[in-house]
Design a protein around this ligand. Structure first.
Ligand code: 5GP
Ligand code: MN
Length: 366
């Protein structure tokens, strides 16, 4: 454990933040060595980006811009509507809409940085193909900065911190925790705090370390607009999305007392009826965990062309990442994981979940 004195911005006086016992200083130096040689960087977020993916890539783009390095942000899927206010969000290139621009950015880049995911396939099938094609044509270092467990061994340099609440926290520690890293602007601080607040579910999970709050304090001193984030991200849902939540809780959640679990499904027809897109259902899987005695929750969503997408959450010692890996070829964190079943039906995906839970998790007390 060591303490860094950080002079961070025009907004903040000298700030003391405690960083974890990882050597962020050394990591920043390694990253800087790549950045010094870079002129055009492509930043990747994971498919169907969430607040951490969008927040950390946009923050990194702004940081690089400040250093005079051009950076593009590329992703598959869509940016959730409650994140569209983030600074410079309009620069994000989406695989489905900006394929040609993405190919051009990949062709001219001299550095790739992956943020908030731990294996290249997580960018989504088509974007992965574009990325691998670009890599087959010219050599570009691929870096990774992330907080997911079990990273693939396919990066030229990685800074993987599974103990962190969010990739935005990792990036903030890299940038704030080392005094040579540079000034942080209000926009960068707000994007980073968005990643932390969304990935922790407003400091509900994975957020018990005192160091996290010291870091949040430092971001606030840099001008991070917490109230704006609360307003725009958490109190800004479309009416239909809120009604969908009511429908799920009233009509759809199945409670299985024998395994202390609850689950719900949403068919394409239901999703169309409520006019919601992928990002709009983010967080709904957490709702059944509010039911007394429930320690595991699953959400099964039918997709147009990728079969069934599964989201899992748990509390305490129930490793849903093992369940995801075993049943759905997925992964993630111990208490928050996901996976998919291409070509399956909702019933088949649910049956696998119930069978696994009944075998591995007999009733536990909350
Ligand atoms: P969500 O339920 O929000 O989609 O995903 C929660 C977490 O599960 C993600 O942060 C990620 O770590 C993991 N995850 C979700 N989907 C997949 C997947 O298809 N494969 C893997 N390996 N992990 C996933
Ligand atoms: Mn994350």
């Amino acid at each position: 454990m060591f303490i860094e004195g950080v002079k961070s911005t025009t907004f903040a006086p000298m700030t003391m933040i405690t960083v974890s016992n990882r050597n962020y200083r050394e990591a920043w130096e390694k990253l800087s060595a790549f950045l010094e040689k870079a002129h055009r960087v492509v930043l990747f977020g994971h498919r169907s980006p969430d607040g951490d993916s969008v927040g950390s890539t946009l923050a990194m783009r702004l940081i690089l811009e400040q250093k005079g390095i051009e950076a593009s942000v590329v992703m598959s899927g869509s940016v959730p509507s409650n994140l569209l206010w983030l600074p410079e969000v309009e620069h994000i290139l989406l695989e489905e809409e900006h394929g040609d621009q993405i190919d051009e950015a990949l062709r001219s880049a001299d550095l790739f940085i992956c943020l908030d995911f731990n294996a290249l396939y997580r960018v989504g099938k088509n974007l992965e193909e574009r990325l691998r094609r670009a890599l087959s044509l010219h050599t570009v270092p691929v870096l990774m900065i992330d907080h997911h467990l079990d990273p693939f061994d396919e990066f030229d340099w990685q800074w993987s911190c599974p103990e962190a609440s969010a990739t935005a926290e990792v990036l903030a520690r890299l940038y704030l925790g080392t005094k040579d890293a540079g000034a942080i602007t209000k926009e960068v601080a707000t994007a980073l705090l968005t990643g932390i607040m969304t990935d922790t579910g407003l400091f509900n999970h994975n957020s018990s370390s005192p160091e996290l709050y010291e870091l949040v304090a430092a971001l606030l001193r840099c001008g991070a607009d917490k109230d704006l984030i609360i307003d725009k991200v958490f109190h800004n849902f479309k009416e239909k999305r809120q009604r969908l939540e009511g429908y799920i809780l009233y009509e759809k959640v199945q409670v299985c007392r024998d395994i202390n679990a609850a689950y719900f499904t949403l068919s394409l027809e239901e999703l169309e009826h409520f006019e919601v897109s992928t990002g709009d259902t983010d967080g709904m899987v957490n709702k059944p965990l509010d039911i007394e005695g429930i320690t595991c929750s699953a959400f099964f969503r039918e997709t147009v062309d990728e079969g069934i997408k599964i989201s899992l959450r748990s509390v305490g010692n129930i490793p849903v990442n093992e369940l995801s890996r075993h049943c759905y070829g997925g992964g993630g964190h111990k208490n928050a994981s996901g996976g998919e079943m291409p070509g399956a039906t909702l019933d088949e995906a649910v049956a696998l979940f119930l069978a696994y839970m009944r075998e591995h998790h007999t009733a536990q007390n909350k």
